[in-house]
Design a protein around this ligand. Structure first.
Ligand SMILES: [Zn+2]
Length: 514
């Protein structure tokens, strides 16, 4: 096996789909953005010095007693409500017992048969505008583990490492695990459904304000269970197809981008199909996703009944959320993302395709904030979907990570509207802002990008161009109006781009036509 793993034989996707029907189960772990950990007062700041945010409770020292973080519970209930779940009127934590070096207590405080929220759903919009309902089995509270680093090996994995380090800062950070029911009926759109679900869930969690949902930092992580069963009907939603028992599943762990989720599910479908088609069995196991090679490789074999010796956590009191409190939290829920999207589309006057592109590009929030800051929806869309999308792409960044704020984009557009900048100059201003030279007005001043609005220097340049290109000027005088473009170009060059081309053309035509 190479550094990132080598793929197995796969079947072409179309062939796999002709023979098999995929069934998925998605488990998403989301870290809550509480100021302190789930059962102690340690801070949760990301990126702090290793083992600087620990205490006897989250280190599992003998005699230390946990206390539930009220904000953590509130976040769990709000997530449950937003996912249309029933909220338990009484539930408990459980100990999930296993030994792992990054888990200092040797058990994880989790929930087992009594989750805080269960039986919900999330309607997910697909690329073509249709909706797929994802049924939610449960959302339960638990705590994150610490983080191991394996040093000295080629792969960063434990195998081949010289030694390992462990950082317990993350141990005890509140996690909510959201588990879907088996997703059936997606057919060949299963990979797209998986991506769309995690994307919709991320939007919802962001709107709830309960997590920073940064997949690249691991505050939102997805495990994808995939299995195949024989296809008996062309319609993945038919009752005969749904009656076929599920196949054996694999579980691809910690996939950390939306695009990777789609790719990982697709890869697993083609890998399992090749095994089944060759008369081999699918192994029930966890698998690792390799972003660089686009394959999954075998992790640890997993039986159905892994015995974690769950038992009710004796150090924490049961949770019995009062109905009135739950109802009060319900009033704090944000507008559901799909409804919000429809409302914004109407307000902005975007077509279906335009809006879908905006959503797929993750530009909705940016455009909304730019409009709030004073730009028109059309110009806000033009910037975020055009020049800024290009800049983000070049830098390999998400739009939201670009070093320009919606307010700065609105300011830039105001400068264009006021005639201070043309589009080409505005793009230079964007470069300056992204390079950290300050806001649009500062960049305009520092780089001297302002359009020459005074006609005086323009007229000088216009007359110089007419004199220098007498032949072209004669053509225009003779009625070949299109030839004026060459003169406009000469003037713009002379003005080093800092002129309004429309005004230059006007001044030229005034002089060349009767
Ligand atoms: Zn602690």
């Amino acid at each position: 096996m190479g550094a990132s793993g080598t793929g197995e034989t796969v079947l072409a996707y179309d062939e796999a789909m002709a023979a098999y029907d995929p069934v998925m189960g998605l488990e998403v772990h989301v870290e809550l953005n509480t100021a302190t950990k789930m059962f102690c007062g340690c801070p949760t700041t990301f990126g702090a010095e290793p083992n600087s945010q620990v205490c006897p409770v989250c280190l599992g020292l003998p005699g230390a007693l946990p206390v539930l973080n009220a904000k953590g519970l509130e976040g769990a209930v709000r997530i449950g409500l937003a996912l249309n779940c029933t909220i338990a009127s009484w539930c408990r934590f459980a100990r999930k017992n296993y030994f792992y070096p990054d888990m200092p207590k040797n058990f994880q405080t989790s929930q087992y048969d009594e989750p805080i929220a269960f039986d919900g759903h999330l309607d997910v919009e697909l690329d073509d505008g249709t909706t797929f309902r994802v049924e939610i089995e449960r959302a339960h509270m638990e705590e994150d583990t610490g983080k191991s680093s394996h040093v000295g090996g080629a792969t960063g994995r434990i195998h081949g490492a010289e030694y390992s380090l462990v950082d317990y800062n993350r141990a005890g950070i509140p996690l909510i695990e959201i588990v879907t029911k088996p997703l059936v009926g997606a057919g060949d759109r299963a990979p797209e459904v998986a991506r769309a679900y995690v994307s919709a869930l991320r939007d919802l969690l962001r709107a709830l304000g309960v997590s920073d949902v940064k997949m690249e930092q691991g505050s939102l992580r997805c495990d994808a269970n995939v299995s195949l069963r024989k296809r008996v009907s062309d319609d993945a939603t038919s009752s005969e197809q749904k009656a076929v028992p599920f196949g054996i599943r694999s579980e691809t762990k910690n996939v950390n981008s939306l695009r990777s989720i789609e790719r990982a599910v697709r890869y697993e479908i083609t890998r399992q199909a090749a095994r089944l088609a060759a008369g081999r069995r699918v192994v029930q196991e966890t698998r690792h996703w390799h972003e660089d090679t686009g394959v999954t490789t075998a992790g640890r074999e997993k039986s159905d009944a892994e015995d974690y010796r769950y038992f009710p956590e004796p150090d924490l009191v049961p949770i019995a959320p009062e109905a009135a409190w739950v109802e009060q939290l319900r009033t704090t829920l944000p507008e559901p993302p799909a409804q919000r999207r429809r409302r914004l589309q109407t307000e902005w006057g975007f077509g279906d395709l335009e809006m879908r592109d905006v959503v797929n590009a993750g530009a909705t929030e940016a455009i909304e904030a730019t409009v709030v800051a004073g730009a028109s929806p059309a110009t806000a869309r033009k910037w975020w979907m055009g020049e800024l999308a290009r800049q983000a792409n070049t830098r390999g960044l998400e739009l939201s990570a670009l070093a320009i704020t919606p307010a700065q984009v609105a300011e830039l557009q105001a400068l264009v509207d006021a005639g201070t900048l043309n589009d080409a100059l505005a793009r230079q201003v964007v470069e300056g802002v992204l390079a950290g030279e300050g806001g649009p007005a500062e960049v305009v001043a520092a780089r001297g990008l302002e359009l020459v609005s005074d006609d005086g220097p323009l007229i000088d340049a216009v007359e110089a161009a007419i004199a220098a290109h007498a032949d072209v000027a004669d053509k225009v005088r003779g009625g070949k109006v299109a030839a004026v473009g060459a003169l406009v170009g000469a003037v713009m060059k002379q003005m080093r781009g800092k002129a309004d081309a429309a005004r230059v053309r006007e001044l030229l035509m005034e002089r060349l036509t009767p």
